[in-house]
Design a protein around this ligand. Structure first.
Ligand code: FCB
Length: 465
């Protein structure tokens, strides 16, 4: 199940353009802990993770990796690795505990301290405003299914920019709105845990609208490096039978095109609009919305982990689909080695994906905002963490990025997921994605071999000038 096909000859010979950004990524709820400190209000992930049966062994982000207090040490680790950038998210309910209205200065102060620590080490902050942790008060008012949440998101963006806009240049609105909308409201495997196609379609549109409104608000405040992070999964039909080809079209529509195309062109793909309407879950578009959603961006964040093979078939019991009107579609088990998430490994699909996005969103620079893999890491007797599979995954996917660049894709940066082992949402602490191992009993951090390999790539890149 694991791959030992490590190819050390890839590093340090990987050639990236001068000025290429190398970083690592995290998200607030996955690392911060301190959920009831300094006036933070509850989010939908607090509620969901405390719902019996919702997460692996009932794991929650209550403690996580204590980044809220350990951030100086974590920033030093980034500096040791030679990262030029760090992607993190702000917890909306630390800043606005009720989601709107009253601002909690202590929440903003935490992010100011973090940013100052990063700048002090020469590391560029890349701030994401929303990585899935909607304030519970806004969920109680209808959540993303309610149109008003989009306007509240733009208000929140202005508050954070008002506090940090003088020291943070790179701003992303949303992380993976597909997951917020469809995993949150269709399969229900993420917060708020709903299984309601109408809510899923409404959440999709209101997330995109919120992205556009926040982008406009930040632009009018002078921001000049604005983006959004989308998660892409290439969908390949299992056979050339027309029903499988159409199944792949439908999943590709909702996974990839429903988010990228309106942002890039100001139109939803017509086939997706038709699929959703046929399923009784139309996108609630009002006049003028699509022009807002297509507000100009400076870069597009791309998250990539694996590709999927799709067929018409009977779904296993207890595995509801994440896709609207796709109860007759299955994603096949990957062939070949898989990570502990059960995800296959396809760097070639990454190259092809980047070239496809580049052609669908011409002129928009791409930044890989997440890519990585989970493995069953342990600290060895020698005190090190030997993770050849993660190192291999990392180097092969970095090579895939260089191939996309050679093929003409304008890729400007790469952020490894993740800096630290952390709370992997509904999969709890069982899935380790970090370059840095965390012992959850002691909070001890240990650089894995993959972290050393990444540092070596970065060092070679700096030396190439
Ligand atoms: C992405 C999420 C990130 C992490 C990785 C493994 O979908 O954005 O928070 O969970 O998957």
């Amino acid at each position: 199940m694991t791959s030992t096909d490590v190819r050390p000859e890839l590093a340090p010979g990987l050639a990236f353009p001068p000025g290429f950004t190398f970083g690592a990524a995290t998200a607030a709820y996955q690392i911060e802990g301190a959920v009831d400190v300094d006036g933070r209000g509850p989010s939908i992930w607090d509620t969901f993770s405390h719902t019996p049966g919702a997460t692996y062994l009932g794991h929650t982000g209550d403690v996580a990796v204590e980044h809220y207090t350990r951030y100086p040490q974590d920033v030093r680790l980034m500096a040791d690795l030679g990262l030029s950038a760090y992607r993190f998210s702000v917890a909306w309910s630390r800043v606005l505990p009720e989601g709107a209205g009253r601002v909690e200065q202590r929440g903003l102060d935490f992010y100011r301290r973090l940013v100052d620590e990063l700048l002090g080490q020469g590391i560029e902050p890349w701030l994401t405003l929303y990585h899935w942790d909607l304030p519970q008060a806004l969920q109680d008012a209808g959540g993303w299914a309610a149109r008003d949440t989009a306007a509240r998101f733009a208000d929140y963006a202005e508050v954070v920019h008002g506090a940090l806009g003088d020291r943070v240049r790179h701003w992303s609105t949303l992380n993976e709105p597909m997951c917020s909308a469809l995993l949150g409201h269709m399969s229900g495997q993420h917060a708020p845990g709903q299984q309601d196609p109408v809510a899923a379609a409404r959440a999709t549109h209101h997330l995109l609208l919120g992205h556009g409104l926040a982008t406009q608000a930040l632009r009018s405040r002078g921001a000049d490096s604005l983006g959004v992070t989308l998660n892409f999964t290439p969908m390949t039909p299992a056979t050339d039978r027309p029903e499988d080809v159409d199944a792949a079209r439908r999943l590709d529509g909702q996974q990839n095109r429903m988010f990228l195309v309106p942002i890039a062109t100001g139109e939803y793909p017509a086939d997706v609009v038709a699929d959703l309407a046929a399923a009784g879950a139309p996108l609630p578009v009002e006049d003028g919305d699509l022009a807002v959603i297509a507000a100009p961006l400076d870069w597009l964040g791309v998250n990539y982990y694996f590709e999927s093979t799709v067929a018409v078939g009977e779904r296993p019991a207890g595995r509801p689909t994440s896709f609207i009107g796709a109860e007759d579609v299955v994603e096949l088990e990957p062939e070949g080695p898989t990570t502990t998430m059960g995800w296959g490994i396809s760097p070639g699909a990454f190259t092809r994906l980047l070239l496809r996005i580049a052609s669908q969103a011409p002129g928009l620079p791409l930044v890989i905002t997440e890519n990585g893999s989970a493995w069953p890491d342990e600290v060895s007797d020698d005190g090190a963490v030997h993770d050849p599979e993660r190192t291999d995954y990392l180097l092969r996917h970095l090579e895939a990025v260089t191939e996309a660049i050679e093929g003409g894709a304008d890729v400007r940066g790469y952020f490894a997921w993740s800096l630290l082992d952390n709370y992997e949402w509904a999969r709890g602490y069982a899935q380790r994605f970090g370059l840095v191992h965390v012992d959850y009993a002691t909070q001890q951090r240990t650089l894995k071999d993959s972290a050393h390999a990444y540092a070596e790539v970065l060092r070679a890149h700096r030396e190439q000038g």
